[in-house]
Design a protein around this ligand. Structure first.
Ligand SMILES: Nc1ncnc2c1ncn2[C@@H]1O[C@H](COP(=O)(O)OP(=O)(O)OP(=O)(O)O)[C@@H](O)[C@H]1O
Ligand SMILES: [Mg+2]
Length: 320
């Protein structure tokens, strides 16, 4: 890790034979007596995108703040690029790019100045920083906004500037806390395209999101946490298959015929009184069984999604 090459801004990381970029073991974060994160362990492999999902207050931000050194661990170990974070943080941080949950840009500076000043924290020479800043703004579709002050930007533009800024040191590990919150569909798709192209070049990504379509599209693996603990981890499609199945039927105001069928077949379901959600595997043949009933037009037949997994595992109760 001490092989950080400040001259050209790239970190020469000795490749970990296991290809593991990040190894988090038994992470714990206490705020006073309150355990925001309890015994969280996961790995992130080189070139992989790992998604941390969970309801509001689940402990996602608290977890990744420990990973990017913003918040000290109460206990646990973190190895990044094969090095223990407690001993090698100064070198490790040069290889990490961070987009925090908040748009923490300097409002008194222009967009370009924000990127250039940030580059100086990594000892990137000014000329090189200016070049990278221009390239990154173009990469994020903001080339016409370099001279704007931050206060002149829309919320969605600020978000894209924060993502651009996170790339200024050409990180090997990119950490994104809700990167696309507040973005319109066009911008969100643009960010997804950019993140996919970065990952294709070998960048490793750790992200949190509340958008299940984003997680399904971008992430190779997911860790779902709640109340500071891991509920499950796995590949998005495997989690759907394992925890929900393949098909879902949603019925509005289910009548006795539907309830009887669900009961007789022992189908897994959630009864929300005015709405019943029925989950089935391939063998349950939900579509074959429910299509003839048509449920008086009140049935919706659809494919199981990650959102179903999320709600099945974390419940439907609102968080504080
Ligand atoms: N500095 C702090 N002091 C005390 N409690 C905190 C602090 N930061 C976070 N918490 C608490 O820790 C828990 C986890 O918060 P965290 O911000 O990690 O959640 P999150 O999963 O990122 O949620 P969200 O989806 O809303 O961003 C919450 O109960 C929160 O109130
Ligand atoms: Mg958060």
């Amino acid at each position: 890790m001490d092989s950080w090459n400040g001259a050209d801004g790239w970190m020469a990381v000795t490749p970990d034979v296991s290809g593991t970029v990040l190894e988090a073991r038994n992470l714990q974060k206490l705020f006073g007596d309150f355990p925001a994160v309890e015994d969280v362990s996961f790995d992130l492999r080189r070139g992989e995108c790992l998604g941390l999902l969970g309801p509001n207050g689940a402990g996602k931000t608290s977890t990744i703040r420990m990973v990017y050194g913003f918040s000290p661990m109460t206990s646990g170990t973190l190895r990044i690029f094969g090095q223990d974070m407690r001993d090698h943080w100064r070198a490790i941080k040069h290889g990490i790019g961070v987009c925090q949950q908040e748009n923490n840009l300097d409002p008194d500076l222009t967009v370009l100045q924000n990127l250039e000043i940030f580059a100086s924290y990594f000892n990137i020479p000014h000329k090189e920083a200016a070049r990278r800043a221009v390239d990154l703004l173009e990469f994020m579709g903001l080339e016409h906004r370099g001279g704007s002050t931050v206060t002149e930007l829309s919320g969605g533009m600020m978000r894209r500037v924060v993502i651009a800024r996170a790339l200024i040191n050409r990180p090997e590990l990119l950490i994104l806390d809700e990167p696309t919150t507040g973005l319109d569909p066009q911008s969100r798709h643009q960010v997804w395209d950019r993140l996919e192209s970065l990952r294709a070049e070998g960048l490793s990504i750790l992200l949190t999101t509340h958008y299940m379509d984003e997680a399904a599209r971008l992430c190779d693996r997911l860790v779902i946490i709640d109340h500071g603990k891991i509920l499950v981890q796995g590949h998005p499609a495997d989690l759907v298959k394992e925890h929900v199945g393949r098909d879902v039927v949603e019925v509005r105001d289910p009548g006795e015929e539907i309830r009887g069928l669900v009961r007789d077949l022992g189908l897994r379901h959630e009864d929300l009184e005015r709405r019943m959600i029925i989950y089935g595997s391939e063998e349950d043949r939900l579509f074959d069984r429910f299509t003839p009933l048509m449920c008086g037009g009140s049935c919706q037949l659809r494919t199981a999604t990650l959102e179903d997994v999320f709600l099945v595992l974390t419940g439907r109760e609102l968080r504080e």
